[in-house]
Ligand binder design. Structure first.
Ligand code: ADP
Ligand code: MN
Length: 177
């Protein structure tokens, strides 16, 4: 069945520091009428919080509330969603899941320069080594819509944006309005 969305909904996910936000900001400029949702900011703006995690020094996102706010906005399509968690979005809402991957030593340096403390850096490096995010994506969506892209260098980021933009153009051709 052809999609009723005017453009695909694209989820850009990956371990913190993999380049989601940088990639999405480039992508947003390439895709016509796309709406970019950085979920960390969105959750804050819409107060989708359910307490505070002292150990992690971060708010706990209320995922039900987040979905209630976001789903109506995603229904028309053209959403670029930036979050390290991917399995909360219902399959029917998502057309492509991009999982960014980064080499450990590269990721270490990025998280270090972000000012993360050692335990938080290690937690994220371990998650990246174990492939937690790609595993969640593969468990939650059809394998045809999950793509894994390496994001170690600026050239790779440009290539990734090109690939996603080409994929979006192909989707639009296959889903004429
Ligand atoms: P995320 O949103 O996944 O946490 P960011 O986009 O904020 O990641 O990227 C973290 C840092 O790493 C930023 O300083 C960004 O410029 C850099 N970075 C991200 N991806 C790449 C890449 N592919 N090549 C070079 N630098 C990158
Ligand atoms: Mn980010």
């Amino acid at each position: 069945m052809l999609s009723t969305r005017f453009a695909p909904n694209i989820l850009v996910t990956g371990t913190p520091g993999c380049g989601k936000t940088s990639t999405c900001e480039l992508l947003q400029r390439r895709l016509k009428d796309a709406n970019y949702y950085n979920i960390s900011d969105f959750a804050q703006q819409h107060e989708c919080y359910d307490g505070y995690d002292e150990a992690r020094k971060s708010h706990i996102v209320d995922e039900d509330r987040l979905l209630d706010e976001l789903e109506p906005l995603m229904r028309k399509g053209g959403a670029i969603v930036d979050w390290h968690v991917n399995d909360i979005f219902p399959e029917r809402l998502i057309d492509l899941v991009v999982v960014l991957r980064t080499d450990n030593t590269v990721l270490y340096d990025r998280l270090k320069s972000r000012g993360y403390h050692e335990a938080k850096i290690q937690e994220n490096i371990d998650a990246e080594i174990m492939g937690v995010v790609i595993q969640d994506a593969q468990d939650s969506y059809e394998k045809e819509i999950v793509v894994e892209l390496q994001s170690d260098t600026a050239d790779q980021m440009d290539e990734n944006v090109d690939r996603i933009a080409s994929w979006s153009a192909a989707w639009l051709e296959q889903n004429p309005k």
